[in-house]
Design a protein around this ligand. Structure first.
Ligand code: NAP
Length: 495
């Protein structure tokens, strides 16, 4: 919001933006009073209709998002499939119903003191503000996982669209509006605002009617929203997924046996989507050996063959160029390999560098995220130093073990350290690629996210937008359907 004043109206832009935020949140609050009472089967139908409406304009979405984000059509189509799949997954979850975690303890008037009838279930928190992510214009944006999980819970949603794909965001919002109309939901169940994060975004976070926030993006952005939320008179949760370098440990036996295949798959993972994934393998770890040297030589050849490509937006490209140059300027770093072609306008040049663990341990800058196709190989003297490096990391979204069964058996202490580090621990896969299902965890201790108890991907993502309520001695007709059904089923007694 700039402080300019429109001469005609005599109202500053800041005042106009604040007025828009106020009316948006008032609408979201009023709509919540209706939407939270909608039957789960109707909300499920609404979610499925969002998917269908998105599918109807798929061609247009791919064309516009391709122009705005430079992502290829195949990737965008895959992401649209995932977005529709997520909406359908949450529809199935709420139709089935057990996600509300209903629990019942029946009354016992004869007990001293008399035992009351108590039953607990999860209820929606209220209006949720969702910040669209630049690196997933569909799956983590306007109708992405944050939005559909909040709608599934029964919360209304206000989207702060990402300016890097504003037109795409507007088109997806149009599809949501059609779904609202077709399924008879309150018109303001979902609203969409564009504008600066520092002004419109913060105004949404601090508005008294906002009850929770979902965000995917930079550490600085997520932390700014969290701090704003904590300064409110009534603090609210900010579920921000921020930065992660996703350490991968390469054990000796697999390096001996599979160096060529490992180099190929990791060159692919480091440069997938020009490295613009939060699960990008930003740091590779190994104990020094001839096998590690051969792996790095093979990795260098694979990276040299990758064509630089355009990044999502100018800001991300500039951040990559600056981050890379700052990283490569650090003492003790050696370039292992880089794309043979130099980068053109808005393009990223993939680079892999290496550093001795002793240098890495002394320089915290080396464990900062460089968002893009860059990875740093930390070469350890021995297993003990490998453990020290793992202990030095902050919280991560993922950590990966690349090892044969013999490697795994001989390194359980190292693997145990990895389990304490991240929300997802992977054996013999690349970290890029996240399944959307009930067992997925896309989260992790700070600073990977603001709250490591939650996930932003998979059905458990709904838990970010609910709170438990206990109904004590309620008459049947006063109970929400889920808690009443629980009573008649009588199968959760003692919960
Ligand atoms: P971003 O800068 O964090 O922006 C994401 C959203 O947050 C945008 O809507 C932005 O508003 C808003 N925002 C940013 N800073 C804010 C602040 N201080 N106060 C209030 N709102 C704020 O992320 P991005 O544009 O997607 O990419 C920038 C950098 O983020 C990348 O270079 C990369 O380092 C990192 N990134 C990391 C991940 C990850 O998953 N780890 C994903 C994407 C990006 P505006 O529209 O006004 O900018």
């Amino acid at each position: 919001m700039s402080e300019t004043t429109t001469a005609a109206a005599g109202i500053s832009t800041a005042d106009k933006d604040q007025a828009l935020v106020n009316s948006t949140m008032e609408n979201a609050h009023s709509a919540f009073q209706l939407y939270r009472r909608m039957a789960a089967k109707d909300r499920a139908l609404f979610l499925e209709t969002i998917g269908k409406e998105i599918d109807k304009i798929r061609e247009q979405l791919v064309a516009v998002a391709g122009r705005e984000t430079h992502l290829p059509a195949a990737r965008l189509n895959g992401e649209i499939n995932r977005t529709i799949g997520q909406a359908n997954l949450f529809a199935s979850l709420i139709r089935e119903g057990s996600w509300v975690e209903a629990a019942i303890d029946t009354e016992d008037p004869g007990r001293t003191p008399p035992k009351p009838d108590t039953r607990k279930m999860l209820v929606p928190v209220g209006p949720v503000v969702v910040f669209g992510a630049s690196n997933f214009p569909f799956a983590f944006s306007t109708a992405g996982g944050d939005t559909v999980s909040a709608l599934a819970a029964g919360s209304t949603v206000v989207i702060k669209g990402h300016s890097a794909h504003a037109e795409t965001s507007g088109l997806v919002f149009g599809a949501i509006q059609k779904a609202i109309e077709a399924s008879g939901m309150p018109p303001m169940t979902v609203q969409h605002l564009l504008g600066s994060g520092r002004t419109v975004g913060i105004a949404l976070v601090v508005h008294p009617y906002t009850t929770a926030v979902g965000f995917t993006g930079s550490f600085a952005g997520g932390k700014a929203l969290l701090e704003a939320a904590q300064k409110r008179e009534v603090p609210i949760p900010v579920h921000a997924e921020m930065s992660s370098i996703n350490p991968v440990v390469f054990f000796p036996d697999t390096l001996e046996k599979n160096a060529a295949a490992l180099a190929k798959s990791y060159a692919g993972s480091i440069t997938l989507g020009m490295g613009q994934f939060c699960t990008n393998p930003g740091v590779l770890l190994g104990v020094k050996s001839a096998a590690l040297d051969s792996f790095l030589t093979l990795l260098s050849a694979e990276i040299a063959a990758v064509e630089p490509a355009k990044m999502l937006h100018k800001g991300i490209c500039e951040a990559y160029t600056e981050g890379l140059s700052s990283m490569l300027g650090q003492k003790g770093l050696t370039i292992v390999g880089q794309a043979a072609k130099t980068a053109g306008d808005m393009e990223a040049r993939p680079v892999v560098a290496s550093v001795p663990a002793a240098v890495f341990l002394k320089n915290p800058h080396l464990s900062e995220e460089v968002f893009g196709p860059f990875s740093l190989c930390v070469i350890c003297d021995d297993r003990q130093q490998l453990g020290e490096v793992l202990k030095s990391f902050k919280g991560q979204l993922t950590t990966t073990i690349m090892g044969t069964p013999d490697d795994v058996r001989g390194n359980m202490d190292i693997i145990d350290l990895q389990q304490q580090l991240a929300g997802r621990v992977i054996l013999n896969n690349v970290p890029t690629g996240v399944e959307v299902n009930a067992s997925m965890v896309h989260g992790g201790p700070w600073p990977a996210t603001t709250d490591g108890r939650f996930t932003s991907v998979g059905t458990s993502a709904i838990q970010r937008w609910v709170r438990p309520v206990c109904f004590q001695n309620f008459l049947d007709e006063m109970l929400p359907a889920e808690a009443e059904e629980c009573k008649s089923a009588g199968d959760l007694e003692g919960g």
